[in-house]
Design a protein around this ligand. Structure first.
Ligand code: NAD
Length: 585
């Protein structure tokens, strides 16, 4: 082992005495501060050499270690003799990755790289984001979660199980990195539109955090994926000998909430600066949990608030095409779960800020769920639903509802494929010059309609967005590029803004600011192609702008713990991690 002090003195000039408390206060000289922070985080007393260094994914450079580094760091003979540039390493990974026959094979290939060489992994992702996002996130991550126990190779993140009750602080302290800034946590009960996948849901926090790093430059060492393994009610998994989770049925009721509460208390005490993102909890627990914690800690639920923000942004983008006003829209949702109701809450807030009363705004929404139209007097409506229930007869045929309500937009968040039928789409086109059709359900095969169906049955007039990615569509000699209403446009930038100023809370105003910023980033060319979001290739630039808008709100709302830098946007950009190798010598 080479001591940290000795290593720091070997040419790199980093000061070994720098303390962790200094890390975020050292704003000047962005890059140097970031590098120092990384070094300190990687090891407080020593860094590994030899084989141990090659096995440390955060530090490993593989064949890119220089001759001098090989000499000094005990690597001589442990690597093939030729020193490669990172570009060549990227080419090699991409060549191998493209040779795989299946998306799951590609997922395994790139995730294995993450375990070996994190810097190279992020460089590959960044340079091939549009190609790899559907692999590391929806739709492929869904299949990966379904088969997690079968493709499992190397552990990543913290699994907190029932047997850890009473000692979650100790479990979290086992995580090797001490300064976690973003935790994504799931209990695996509603993974995408695929239902209860128990501890297999770990693929989701892992994937989301990769997007935090790729899309917004949150340092990988700042991120912690967590699964709360509270059991599963998925019979197939309970009977699968290779299932990775506890083979119990799900905890319910008080026991469940006590479990989550112990986790929240432990996480906020071990990682006091961390933003906690709830992800893919089922509807009946997601709402109470976010209600319980949103005013107490720095947290949000991406399925509710992130979705609300990205859909609001899509609508604002669509209105740039139609020239309509948000307050004049009539919105019909198929699905009134986390995504649907999250959109309701976020878009109501936006309509209110554009002049409507809350009640007037709520009246512009119609929700249709598994039991039909949400109307007053219907059984089993939660408070969230009650606010949107109309004084209207109960209807159970979606097409009839479309004809009756005459919406300007239909938004699918039901996880039910092909529910925006030919007739529904044709009816929307009869009633609207430019019908807005958002089919958000994931993964791809759950989409309420495909873009081809949307453009065909509206004669090319639909303004379409989906949750999972679809390829461009040729229709009547025109090319349409469907926008992907992917939360990845929102949550990484929001997270970066929160982390950059150490906001103590995440507020609705921040998600509204994020939505407006995103909508403004779709270019005229994007809109001409029918794409209501900016190209994914611009995501880092867009995330930095979203982060700035979010941090501005934190300063306005007096939630930020750090002093406001003179140039907030430049400061935020300077914090963003770039996957580049450090010079160790
Ligand atoms: P949820 O389980 O909370 O809600 C599902 C809703 O669909 C419920 O209201 C249910 O009653 C309704 N539903 C079920 N079957 C129906 C049917 N046949 N007809 C009408 N309604 C029906 O789930 P959720 O978190 O709201 O997610 C729903 C879908 O949206 C998932 O596929 C998820 O992946 C997707 N989603 C997409 C995005 C995005 O693209 N940005 C974000 C979040 C969620």
């Amino acid at each position: 082992m080479l001591s940290m002090i000795a290593w720091a003195q070997v040419g790199s000039g980093y000061l070994p005495e720098m303390s962790r408390g200094d890390i975020f206060l050292k704003e000047e000289g962005g890059n140097v501060a970031r590098k120092r922070r990384r070094l300190i985080r990687m090891s407080t007393t020593s860094i590994p050499t030899g084989m141990e260094l090659l096995r440390n994914a955060g530090l490993n450079k593989g064949t890119a270690f220089t001759e001098e580094e090989r000499e000094l760091l005990g690597l001589r003979g442990l690597l093939p003799p030729h020193v490669h540039m990172m570009k060549e390493q990227v080419d090699r990974v991409v060549e191998n990755y493209r040779r795989k026959d299946t998306d799951l094979g590609r997922y395994i290939h790139v995730l294995s790289l993450q375990d070996r060489n994190e810097t190279l992994f992020y460089r590959v992702i960044l340079e091939n984001l549009e190609e790899l996002m559907p692999i590391i996130y929806t739709p492929t991550v869904g299949e990966a979660c379904q088969k997690y126990g079968h493709i499992f190779r190397r552990t990543r993140g913290c699994f907190i199980a029932e047997k850890h009750r009473g000692r979650m602080v100790d479990v979290l302290r086992n995580w090797p990195l001490v300064d976690v800034r973003v935790i994504v946590v799931t209990d695996g009960e509603r993974i995408l539109g695929l239902g209860d996948l128990g501890a297999n849901g770990m693929g989701i926090p892992v994937g989301k955090l990769s997007l935090y790093t790729a899309c917004a430059g949150i340092h990988p060492a700042d991120c912690l994926p967590v699964v709360l393994d509270v059991g599963t009610n998925n019979e197939e998994l309970l009977n699968d000998p290779l299932y990775i989770g506890t083979k119990n049925r799900r905890l319910r009721g008080d026991e469940y909430y006590e479990f989550v509460d112990e986790f929240i208390t432990a996480a906020t005490s071990v990682f006091p600066h961390a933003l906690i993102q709830f992800e893919d909890f089922a509807n009946p627990t997601a709402f109470p949990l976010i209600k319980k914690y949103e005013d107490k800690i720095c947290t949000f639920n991406d399925d509710i608030q992130g979705t609300g923000s990205v859909v609001l942004s899509g609508l604002l983008g669509a209105l740039r095409i139609t020239g309509g006003k948000l307050t004049e829209q009539k919105l019909l949702f198929l699905g009134a779960g986390e995504a649907g109701m999250g959109c309701g809450k976020q878009i109501v807030a936006a309509m209110v800020s554009e002049g409507l009363s809350e009640k007037e705004a709520q009246e512009r929404f119609w929700f249709f769920d598994v039991d039909g139209l949400i109307v007053k007097g219907r059984d089993n409506l939660s408070d969230v639903h009650q606010a949107f229930a109309h004084d209207h007869e109960h209807m159970t045929d979606f097409l009839e509802v479309v004809k009756t309500v005459k919406p300007t937009a239909i938004i699918g968040a039901s996880a039910q494929a092909s529910t925006f039928t030919k007739e529904v789409l044709e009816t929307m086109a009869e009633m609207n010059e430019r019908p807005i059709i958002f089919a958000l359900s994931n993964p791809t095969h759950k989409a309420e309609c495909t873009p081809t169906e949307a453009y065909t049955y509206t004669n090319g007039r639909a303004i379409y967005a989906s949750g999972s990615p679809f390829k461009p569509v040729e229709f009547n000699g025109e090319t349409f590029v469907p926008g992907q209403g992917n939360n990845a446009y929102i949550f990484p930038g929001v997270g970066l803004g929160i982390v950059a100023c150490e906001s103590s809370r995440v507020t609705g105003e921040m998600f509204y600011a994020a939505a407006k910023t995103l909508a403004a980033e779709a270019s005229e060319d994007d809109l001409k192609l029918g794409r209501v979001y900016p190209a994914l290739s611009r995501i880092r630039e867009v995330s930095a702008k979203i982060a700035t808008a979010v941090a501005e709100i934190a300063y306005e709302q007096e939630l930020a713990a750090l002093p406001r830098p003179k140039d907030l946007h430049e400061h935020i950009k300077s914090l963003m991690y770039m996957p580049e190798y450090e010079d160790y010598v």
